[in-house]
Write a protein that binds this ligand. Sequence first.
Ligand SMILES: [Fe+2]
Ligand SMILES: [Fe+2]
Length: 263
Amino acid sequence: MPQPNGISAKPDGSETAISQPQIETSNGHDPGIGPRQNLADLFAPFERLANWLLPYALEQQDGAHDDSHLVRVFNNAMRIHAQEGGDGEILAAAVLLHDCVHVEKNAPHRAQASRLAADKASRLLNEAHWPDIRIEAVAHAIVSHSFSANQPPQSLEAKILQDADRLDALGFIGLARTFAIAGRLGGQLYDHLDPCAERRPLDDRRYALDHFATKLFKLADGFQTATGKAMARQRHERLQLFHAMFLEETTGAKPESNFYLSF
Ligand SMILES: [Fe+2]
Ligand SMILES: [Fe+2]
C-alpha cells in the first residue's frame, strides 16, 4: 500500500519507490522551494500528538539520532502496523519518545537509557491524563526497543517499535548512521592493515567497518514481526553489497563469482 514517504510495501515486505504526483506550478518550475513542511505533519494522522511530544523527543541531535531518525522509525512502524495491526496511537507515542533520554553509546549507564526514556514518557503522558494502561503500554514498548535493556518485547506495539527502530540500523541508512557515529566518537573507517580482523579481535569502537561483524550483520535475524523480517532481509542484503564493494575498493578483494546473483 502507498506510504507517506512515497515508498510502497510489496506483499513480501520489500520496498519499491512509487512515483510522486506531479504538482503544477504557474511558472512551470519545480515547486521544491517553498515553505518548509511542519515536522509534526510528517507524523500524520498523529500530527497533534507529534506537535505536543516533539519538543520532548530528543535531548540533543546528531547524525544518527535526529528528527529524521524519528520520521524514518515512524514510517517503518506505520508500514508494519498496516500489515500486522496494533494500536496506532500507542505506537506513535512510543516512536516519538523512544529516544527521549540521551545516553552516549560508550557511557557506563548506557543499558539504562531506554528505562530512563520510558520513565520520562510515563511522566509526560501522565500529565496529559492518559489512562494508566495506555501509559504502561507505551513505556513497555520504549523499554524493550533497546538491545542493551535485555527486556524482550511482549506486546505487538513493542515488537513493531523494536523492528521499526532496528530497520534504521540496516540498509544504506544504517551504514550512513554507523559511519556518522564512528566519526563523532573519533573512530576510523577501517583497519587498513587487517580490514576483516583476521589477525586481531574485532574492535568497533576503533574501526567503523568492524561494526558490520559485531552488530549489523546479526540484526536481521532478530526481527519480531513477519513484515519487519521481510524488510530487514532486503536491507541486510544492501549491507552485504556495501561491505563487499568497500573491500573491493580499499583492498582489491574480489567478491565470490556468484555474489552479485543475490542482488
Ligand atoms: Fe534507541
Ligand atoms: Fe532509535
